[in-house]
Design a protein around this ligand. Structure first.
Ligand SMILES: [Ca+2]
Ligand SMILES: [Ca+2]
Ligand SMILES: [Ca+2]
Ligand SMILES: [Ca+2]
Length: 511
């Protein structure tokens, strides 16, 4: 279990407008076997607003002592306070935010314990009732007594070196899908919703997004060693799996890849949400360009093919690090096998930043330019503006190391940030689509909770605006279906939009 974890969340847990950091943590077999041993736990760091953070784990009660994997933060009960769901090897955990800086573990009442080995998770409102529902991916049906020793089967070798077994050759687990029934209770409805993971694929990361622009949020799941899922939301309370037909389940030449993380974003600004899926080493991370809901593997023509061949990719996101209005690409790397150093690869690998050159292509920045000079074995990654300065920071969880926090330093263009508050829609407006037109470019994004690798970025939407002096238009499609437009807004501001109020509130900013 220790080879794959774990995620990181950026969330404003205490509602002070400053984005805080939650790090999921692993455990050990010794601790699982002996309850008298001190238990490692997740960590919550409060943003002090002066460039420092304070560990408030204990005081907050946001303490996950299971073998942590993934996290998704969202206000599932629409009370204005961000709640946190954590997946584990073992029971998962739902922490309800009490609104006073503390959390209560409500897993049992909510019915969200799951079981065995859960990984990625993400919130979205599949049926448009204003209540956030939850997708939980699961990985291997893990029984330590049945796991072969390293090297004792052909799926326990990496380039001839004995390594930990799996996932190939091990039994998988079906994913879980929970409908939010209100009053803090959930019901597992995967089969009745058509989410039938009959192959028990080895699930990792999950993201909700409306990929075919029909107004209903779809769900994409990165599976390890097997075809990825695209669960198309039919708009009638059920889904159909269309990954292969839609062209985003396999590599362009029809191979199932060992997928880890998912970046979702409209990198070419055509109004269709694209995908970047991180994969195993000796393979490439796959860029799927979305055209009218149909995907093409354009990895090599985008210049991303060979740049990820040696790397084993995990956390990833389309982020506009230089605020030019074109989304760039971040990838967190690190091999899964410590033995990789003996097999012609390396366990520690540098993270990567690719600049979008606005012509459908990306260019890898050198480590000096990206600032990613130190190689670790990275996993989860999340994105947000931790200084409210109009730039995107990156938080990365590393195996057996302190995490990395990358502060933006490059000169950058204008920006705008949007905080959406749903009224008839879910309060966090998860699934809302925002289109921003400025400087002759229209950018598209959606509010998400759950993306990258087992991670959760802040729900505020950030847009780089290049040299634009003003925003011509902001168009919002709320999850309820309600649409609204705002015109002639100033740049370098955060705006709060409340569904149905018809007005935009600009907030003072240091930017
Ligand atoms: Ca809440
Ligand atoms: Ca719902
Ligand atoms: Ca859709
Ligand atoms: Ca850019």
């Amino acid at each position: 279990m220790e080879t794959v974890g774990s995620g990181v969340a950026l969330l404003d847990y205490n509602g002070d407008g400053l984005t805080d950091i939650f790090l999921v943590n692993g455990s050990s077999l010794e601790v699982l076997a002996d309850p008298s041993l001190p238990r490692p736990s997740s960590r919550l760091f409060r943003n002090n607003g002066d460039g420092t953070f304070t560990d408030v784990t204990k005081a907050s009660g946001l303490v996950n002592e299971g073998w942590g994997m993934g996290v998704a933060a969202a206000d599932y009960d629409n009370d204005g306070h961000t709640d946190v769901f954590v997946t584990n090897f073992g029971s998962n955990a739902l922490f309800h935010n009490n609104g006073d800086g503390t959390f209560t573990n409500v897993t049992r009442e909510a019915g969200l314990g799951g079981g065995n080995w859960s990984t990625g998770c993400a919130w979205g409102d599949y049926d448009g009732d204003g209540r956030l529902d939850l997708y939980v991916a699961r990985y291997v049906d893990f029984d330590r007594a049945r796991i072969p020793r390293p090297g004792t089967a052909n799926y326990c070798l990496y380039r001839g070196i004995p390594v930990a077994c799996g996932p190939r050759g091990l039994p998988g687990l079906p994913d879980l899908f929970y409908r939010n029934e209100g009053h803090g209770r959930f019901r597992e409805i995967s089969v009745e919703a058509g989410i039938i993971d009959s192959d028990k694929a080895y699930g990792f990361s999950v993201v909700w997004c409306d990929f075919d622009n029909d107004g209903h949020p779809d769900i994409y799941v990165a599976n390890d060693s097997m075809a990825n899922f695209l669960w198309h939301n039919k708009g009638n309370g059920t889904f159909e799996e269309i990954g292969v037909e839609a062209g985003c389940a396999l590599s362009g030449d029809g191979r199932a890849q060992s997928s880890m993380g998912i970046a979702v974003g409209d990198y070419n600004n055509d109004g269709w949400m694209d995908l970047l899926v991180t994969n195993f080493s000796e393979d490439y991370n796959t860029l799927y360009r979305n055209q009218s809901g149909q995907f093409d593997d354009v990895t090599f023509e985008a210049g991303l093919g060979t740049a990820s061949f040696s790397q084993l990719g995990w956390g990833t996101g389309f982020i506009d690090y230089d605020n030019d209005g074109w989304k760039d690409l971040f990838v967190a790397n690190g091999h899964i096998y410590p033995q990789a150093d003996k097999a012609g690869n390396t366990y520690f690998q540098n993270n990567q930043l690719f600049r979008n050159t606005r012509n459908g292509r990306f260019v890898l920045l050198g480590h000096g330019e990206s600032g990613f000079t130190q190689a670790w074995s990275s996993r989860g990654a999340a994105f947000g503006d931790l200084a409210n300065s109009g730039r995107i920071w990156i938080a990365v969880n590393n195996i057996d190391r302190e995490p990395c926090l990358y502060q933006p330093v490059s000169l950058a263009g204008a920006w705008a940030r949007f905080k959406l508050i749903g009224t008839s829609s879910n309060r966090d407006a998860i699934g809302a689509r925002v289109q921003v037109t400025a400087g002759g470019v229209t950018q598209t994004d959606e509010v998400r909770s759950g993306e990258s690798y087992l991670s959760s970025s802040e729900v505020r939407l950030h847009f780089g605006l290049g040299e634009a002096m003003a925003i011509d238009q902001v168009a919002i499609r709320w999850p309820s279906g309600r649409t609204e437009k705002h015109t002639h807004l100033a740049v370098n501001r955060q705006y709060t939009f409340v569904e149905g109020s018809g007005s935009a509130k600009a907030e003072d900013t240091d930017g």
